[in-house]
Design a protein around this ligand. Structure first.
Ligand SMILES: NC(=O)c1ccc[n+]([C@@H]2O[C@H](COP(=O)([O-])OP(=O)(O)OC[C@H]3O[C@@H](n4cnc5c(N)ncnc54)[C@H](OP(=O)(O)O)[C@@H]3O)[C@@H](O)[C@H]2O)c1
Length: 262
């Protein structure tokens, strides 16, 4: 029988690592598009920089390709300009998916992605969504709110900064994002749709980010609402879950913190 695999961009990242682990557990091979050259990888590496347009695409790998999960992007809080990777990178991913005859593209966007969004992060996410949605390919688009779990780079960044504004967030557990991505591969009823994803707990950002006030004492830095918007860590007007996400995917979102009360 031919091996079945999924192509994953951003497989080395925070969400990608969780996804790769779960795909292997389900017996599905992963071909990871990455710039990282390492001796040992938990997937079959396919070295490619999505921003290097001079590099021609290689022939498709052997076996059946079930779908392409496009994660490569900037995590909320990244200081890098998001535009190039979200737009150019996504256009290259769609081109590759067509060339390799991949039946479905699943794109991880972010909450608040609209044309008129106040930040480059959200605007570029919306443009990337449009590239996927108008590609002529079968697609699913997921818009998670702040994703939480061990080794999240956003949490590391926030822990280093100062006092956080008094906003509430609805973080989503990285395991629920990974599980939704895997179910997106099989479920026909989710095709062509966009889903907002958030967790069940509404909690102050500051209580989520342990150590924030201690850092403030040392650094005398105030993080403003504007900072959070610019970093793609959204204010409460955006942090909602779509009921359709829960029912269409059969996911019961889990709390990110189980031992504390808020
Ligand atoms: N984390 C969150 O709270 C959150 C919330 C909403 C949406 N999202 C979205 O979810 C996606 C994944 O987020 P994450 O937190 O897992 O990000 P991450 O940990 O920062 O990982 C980013 C990934 O992008 C890849 N990448 C970066 N530049 C690339 C390039 N030029 N060519 C190829 N690959 C490139 C990196 O792979 P290599 O370095 O190995 O090449 C890395 O695996 C992003 O699109 C992000 O915007 C995240």
């Amino acid at each position: 029988m031919e091996p079945k695999s999924v192509v994953v961009t951003g497989a080395t990242g925070f969400i990608g690592q969780e996804l790769v682990h779960r795909l292997w557990q389900a017996g599905i091979g992963v071909i990871g598009i990455t710039r990282t050259r390492a001796e040992v990888m938990p997937f079959v590496p396919f070295i490619m920089d999505l921003l290097d347009e001079s590099e021609p695409f290689a022939d498709p790998p052997a076996g059946t390709l079930l779908g392409l999960i496009h994660l490569a992007g900037h995590a909320p809080g990244s200081t890098l300009s998001p535009v190039a990777l979200h737009e150019t990178g996504t256009a290259r991913v769609v081109e590759l998916a067509k060339l390799w005859n991949i039946p479905k593209v699943i794109y991880v966007s972010a909450q608040g992605a609209t044309m008129s969004a106040p930040t480059a992060f959200q605007q570029s996410k919306w443009l990337a969504e449009e590239i996927v949605a108008h590609s002529g390919m079968n697609f699913v688009i997921l818009r998670p709110h702040l994703v939480w779990g061990t080794s999240s780079r956003t949490s590391e960044k926030l822990e280093r900064l100062g006092r956080l504004p008094n906003v509430k967030v609805r973080p989503i557990h990285v395991a629920d994002v990974a599980e939704t991505l895997i179910r997106s591969l099989w479920l026909d009823r989710v095709d062509g749709k966009r889903y907002e994803m958030a967790g069940p707990q509404l909690m102050p950002l500051e209580s989520l980010v342990e150590g924030a006030s201690r850092s403030f004492m040392r650094r005398r830095r105030h993080v403003t609402l504007r900072d959070l918007d610019a970093w793609g860590i959204l204010t409460p007007r955006h942090n909602r879950a779509d009921g359709a996400w829960v029912s269409d995917f059969g996911i019961l979102p889990r709390p990110v913190l189980s031992t504390r009360t808020h």
